[in-house]
Design a protein around this ligand. Structure first.
Ligand code: 5GP
Length: 198
């Protein structure tokens, strides 16, 4: 407590784990990209996944793209802080990098699905769970269609998943409504600053 008060007075920042979840198309990726541009000490974790890369995605930049066997090996080695099956593919957070970055004072951001978010809370109770709330399901559908990375069937599946995710909104520590990107970015930046120095 004394340390945390001192930090507030002196502006010294310490590492934290932020978990960002929310429906596909809610704007999580854009918001997280803004945070990495805004802060020198924000670090976004790179997940492992068994889904194939989309056009323009690179291994080790957007994801570590693994085979099913490689992913299973990683689980067997206890190499993942959490993992879940999302839209039929497996996704997980590599453990070691997270622990190292938090210890070195970084603001670590995981952009993961709710199943993963709640697993992280179990293993790392200090994690701050943030839900990015889209303006409405109609707007979400428009964004997904406009994004053009999913076909009609995938969009329907993501909208169905969104309804389930929205029903769990009360489980999160903080909700950021993303109907205005600049406002939502400012709120997220304020949250990161608050935890970094408290
Ligand atoms: P996409 O395939 O569109 O990049 O991501 C699909 C979903 O997987 C998103 O909801 C994203 O948040 C989630 N996701 C990405 N990485 C991870 C991860 O490491 N763990 C979990 N549990 N979900 C993830």
């Amino acid at each position: 407590m004394i340390n945390s008060n001192l930090n507030t007075l002196t502006g010294v920042r310490h590492g934290n784990l932020f978990v960002i979840s929310g429906p596909s198309g809610a704007g999580k990726g854009t918001l997280v990209a803004r945070m990495t541009e805004t802060f020198d000490d924000v670090w976004r974790s790179i997940s492992a996944t068994t889904r194939p890369p989309r056009e323009g995605e690179n291994n080790g930049v957007h994801y570590y793209f693994l085979s099913d066997e490689e992913f299973s090996d990683l689980i067997a080695q206890d190499g993942l802080l959490e993992w879940a099956t999302v839209h039929g593919k497996r996704y997980g957070t590599p453990r070691t990098a997270i622990e190292e970055k938090i210890a070195s004072g970084k603001q670590v951001i995981l952009e993961i699905d709710p199943q993963g978010a709640f697993q992280v809370r179990e293993k790392f109770p200090e994690a701050i769970l943030i839900f990015i709330d889209p303006p409405s399901l109609e707007e979400l559908e428009k964004r997904l269609i406009h994004r053009g990375t999913e076909d009609a069937q995938q969009i329907r599946a993501r909208l169905d998943a969104a309804k389930v995710e929205l029903s769990q909104i009360n489980e999160y520590d903080i909700v950021v409504k993303n109907d205005d990107l600049d406002l939502a970015s400012k709120q997220l930046a304020d949250i990161i600053d608050f935890y970094a120095i408290s």
